[in-house]
Design a protein around this ligand. Sequence first.
Ligand SMILES: [Zn+2]
Length: 315
Amino acid sequence: MNYLIYPLKIMNITQGYDDNYSHKQHNSGTPKDYPIDDNGGSSKKDAYFYCPCDEMVIKKIYGLGTAAGNTLWLESTNPVVTPSFKDYVSIIIVHPNDADFKGLKVGQKFKRYEKIIMEGDDGKATGYHFHISVGRGKLVGTGWMQNSNGIWIIRTTKGGVKPQSAFFVDRKFTTIKNDQGIKFVYLDDEEENTGTKMYVTKSLNVRFGPNTSYRAVNSLPKNTEVTVYENNGSWSRISDKEWVSSNFLTKDVPKTIYKTKKTTAEALNVRKSPNGKILKEKAPLPTDTTVAIVATSGNWTKINQDRWVYSFYLK
Ligand SMILES: [Zn+2]
């Protein structure tokens, strides 16, 4: 899973988003963002910002050679999993010094745990630290905007998010020295959530989001065994991106159970019979769609009702 984790090895937050110092201006205006300052453990210049998810890309660099605080914009190249949502995230980092931007350029990508940049004190900072602000979604326009207090805040498709809603703390990576009372969710607690096995009680639609405004991409037959990783209202998430209505799931184990596989093709044709007429409804199936194995015939797999796919594209 592409978890978003806290990006520093030592968490030593010197200013939360919610106190009465400079960050108040960020979250009392509109729109809001929720920055934290973290000095990485000490007043020394010794902490790095590490790539906190599978991959991030530099979208913008601002302030080099000027009096303004140097600012770096990062965006995840894929949706990440946070304690509160699954989406793209964008992060603003302020204060690294000019010299530490050497070798960094827009478009550069970083993999999880790779060092991105060192803390600094550029732009009237009181000491070496990172000012970190997270937004849900991709960056919009110039990546920042002035709020109603005239303060520059991160600008993304879905707006600023609080650090505890954005980052898990991976205890194997980050040691907490001071969290300023912010309650973070530990990654190992999340990882223990290996899901709950449940069974489909009625042929039901699978969607790429937790409501009916998302198109039905497939359907699963009664007695399909699924794993539920997350609930959202009356919707259950059964894979990274697939959701079904919770009303048609039960923990009661049926007599017949259909196991599932995932599609591997980009657009897998669904047919009325083995090698038969190609169906249009809920088809073709996108990659990584969960399908039930209802029956097989030669190289063909029956996935629900009279719907068949070529078994070569299932794993
Ligand atoms: Zn700050």
